[in-house]
Design a protein around this ligand. Structure first.
Ligand code: MN
Length: 317
């Protein structure tokens, strides 16, 4: 960690980037380090195409640039496992001096000049450790950004990968910000449009393997009709996890030329499944993009997920 701190401190003109379809952890980890570096007097900019508006309560949200032609010495890329997933419409990373990667995905390919990749439930926890190590005072703005990342990536501390140190971090942040209020904004509020697309996804829901696998889909048409972008659809895959005995929830987003699939699991490693199809992610949350014909893809994924679910059932009995 010391290495990357020294390298970051050498930079003066820094750009912060995160992944496509940015979620709460992408925005939270990016804006927390944004405030931290500004405190050190660095010139910092955040470039994210279409950050989800629901996170506009985090200070600095309104300063996010959609694109930039500026030249920077350093790009710090947060929460992004692979180079092709970087949310970078202006191709900043092709022109920048150095690329430093800060991430928590086990599938990270270490594509930076320096890589701080540690297995934590949220990238925001990696950033928290970094900020502490840099002796930067965590104020309300930093704390709001960090807790947003932590809450959203852990599903409100409900995922299997939450660590004792995650609660310690939350405990410290709870002295600075009101976590309940942020919880409500980050996790418990959806728009009317999201509610409409949720109804469609629930209508399309099917069950497999004795009700242990839930599969649903939405089409690009549905997204247009309800005016919800792919970001806004992020909530859909989690809904079936509320059902008793569900092991895996799968949501497909159908586009004319490709299908995007998200998987969530209670126990099994879905990252191993998405890896077979060129995707990635975490043990309990992973995704992939495929150009395979939809029905064929659906069948193959259900087969792989089914195998894992059966294996887990036999081994856990
Ligand atoms: Mn994350």
């Amino acid at each position: 960690m010391n290495n990357i701190i020294d390298k970051i401190l050498e930079g003066n003109n820094i750009v912060l980037l995160c992944h496509n379809n940015p979620d709460g952890d992408a925005i939270g980890s990016t804006l927390s380090i944004y405030h931290a570096l500004k405190k050190l007097g660095k010139e910092v900019e955040v470039v994210i195409e279409e950050p989800p508006k629901k996170f506009n309560y985090i200070k600095g949200f309104d300063e996010i640039k959609k694109e930039s032609t500026k030249k920077y010495d350093i790009a710090i890329i947060l929460d992004t496992a692979t180079k092709d997933r970087v949310n970078d419409p202006s191709n900043i990373i092709d022109k920048v001096g150095k690329i430093y990667v800060i991430d928590h995905h086990i599938s990270n390919t270490h594509y930076g000049d320096e890589n701080l990749v540690e297995e934590y439930p949220a990238c925001s926890q990696v950033v928290y450790n970094l900020i502490k190590k840099m002796n930067i005072d965590i104020d309300e703005d930093i704390a709001t950004a960090l807790i947003t990342g932590l809450l959203t990536d852990t599903g409100g501390f409900s995922h299997q990968d939450v660590l004792p140190s995650t609660f310690k971090m939350a405990e410290e942040l709870s002295k600075i910000v009101n976590i309940s209020n942020i919880y409500k904004k980050a996790l418990k509020t959806i728009t009317k449009n999201q509610f409409e697309i949720k109804k469609i996804a629930l209508d399309n829901l099917e069950f497999y393997n004795d009700g242990k696998i839930a599969f649903s889909y939405i089409t690009e048409e549905d997204m247009k009709k309800t005016n919800v972008d792919s970001n806004g659809c992020g909530i859909l895959v989690n809904i079936p996890l509320e059902i008793e005995n569900i092991e895996v929830s799968i949501l497909a987003r159908k586009y004319p030329n490709e299908t995007r699939i998200s998987l969530r699991s209670v126990h099994i490693n879905v990252n191993e499944i998405t890896s077979l199809f060129g995707g990635g992610g975490h043990i309990n949350a992973a995704g992939l993009i495929s150009t395979m014909p939809y029905e064929e893809l659906k069948e193959k994924i259900l087969k792989e997920v089914g195998k894992k679910v059966n294996e887990w059932n036999t081994s856990s009995k």
